[in-house]
Structures are given as C-alpha cells and as structure tokens.
Design a protein around this ligand. Structure first.
Ligand SMILES: CC(C)(COP(=O)(O)OP(=O)(O)OC[C@H]1O[C@@H](n2cnc3c(N)ncnc32)[C@H](O)[C@@H]1OP(=O)(O)O)[C@@H](O)C(=O)NCCC(=O)NCCS
Length: 168
C-alpha cells in the first residue's frame, strides 16, 4: 500500500468498477476531446471502459489493477500486464482525475505498478504524441521513446502513439 497525500493505492475490487468507469470517462474527455473530438472519445470509452471490459481486466492473469483511494473517492487508477515471461510490464492504463492531478497520485500508482512486478526488466507504455502532460510526466520519471505504433490500445484503433520504455 503506497500513500499520496490522503490517497492510498490498493488492488481494485469489483465494487470499485462503477467509480473507475466514471473516472475514466471524465479523464478521457478532459485529456482527449481536444484531440479526437468528444463523440469519438465517448465511442472509445464506451467500448474500452464498459463495466464488462473492466471486469475482464480484473480477472486477467499476470495483471495488476490498482486504484488510489481516499476513503471517499477513487482519485486514480492503473492497470498493467506482465509480458515476455514476466520480463516486460505493459502499463495499459494510468489515469488520475483532472482535479486531482499534480499532487503525486500518478507517481504513487506508477511506483506501485513497478513494485508489483519485481522480476521485470522494463516497463513499457503507449502514449498519444500530442498528450504533452503525459509525455512530461513520463520524461520526468525515467522513460524514453523506443518506437511508435499506428494502433494504440486494443485492436485496430487507428490511433497513432509513441512507445515509451523505462528499465527497471
Ligand atoms: C499523466 C498523469 C497520470 C500524471 O499523474 P499526476 O498525478 O498528475 O502526476 P503527479 O502529481 O504524480 O506528478 C509527479 C511528478 O511528475 C512530473 N510532472 C507531472 N506533470 C508534469 C508536467 N506537466 N511537466 C513536467 N513535469 C511533470 C513532476 O516531476 C511531478 O512532480 P512535482 O509536481 O511534484 O514536481 C495524469 O496527469 C493524468 O492522468 N493525465 C491524464 C490522463 C493521461 O494522459 N494518462 C496517461 C495516458 S498514457
């Protein structure tokens, strides 16, 4: 359990999923409406962040799904998966509610993800090239660009992204 002010990071449970879904919808609109348009963001979040999709992630083997909880609200979430026989951690999601950003919750979630996979050699993620706030955050925390993809996230999304990696 890691603390960031009044928030502590813990494993997510089934009962958290409605709050996690609300957090993802709010944060996605705040982050991506100016890039993709609100309608496209609503379409993506409906598909990727449905309760059913989140439930699948909770039960997925070799994965960690954590939330930052203040006791009153969920302020952030992260979801990561061990790949390459555990050598690579893929950080699929890292989201902090817009009003709660910049107070250490993102770092606490990232630290917890790294600690959850002690055998991993590197942690990797995909990040939208125009998402300056996220790029600054990853640059400040030891990540560097190692490539790019034309299909960020699940399936053929058609969303280009940079691939960032940090040695562990
Ligand atoms: C990116 C994100 C996860 C970071 O979480 P956060 O809780 O806001 O970040 P933290 O408060 O833990 O940041 C800690 C440190 O990161 C660095 N950092 C964060 N934002 C920064 C910025 N805009 N410029 C430079 N450094 C920055 C700083 O070192 C900062 O420490 P300090 O503020 O104490 O000096 C969060 O802003 C977020 O959810 N953004 C929207 C969604 C998103 O883009 N997610 C990532 C998708 S790939």
């Amino acid at each position: 359990m890691r603390e960031a002010g009044p928030y502590f990071v813990r494993t997510a449970a089934r009962g958290d999923l409605p709050a996690v879904r609300a957090l993802l919808i709010e944060t996605w609109h705040d982050t991506y409406d100016s890039l993709y348009g609100a309608a496209r963001v609503a379409e993506i979040t409906d598909a990727w962040h449905s309760i059913a999709a989140l439930e699948t992630r909770l039960a997925k083997p070799n994965c960690e799904f954590v939330v930052a909880d203040s006791g009153e609200e969920i302020g952030g979430m992260a979801f990561a998966e061990a790949l390459d026989a555990g050598k690579t951690v893929m950080l699929h999601q890292l989201y902090v509610r817009p009003q709660r950003q910049g107070r250490g919750i993102g770092v606490a979630l990232l630290d917890e993800m790294e600690a959850c996979f002690p055998d991993a050699c590197q942690i990797r993620l995909e990040v939208e090239e125009a998402n300056g706030k996220a790029l600054a955050f990853y640059d400040a925390h030891g990540f560097a660009q190692i490539g790019r993809t034309e299909n960020c996230g699940e399936g053929g999304s058609g969303i280009p992204a940079l691939i960032y990696e940090k040695p562990l």
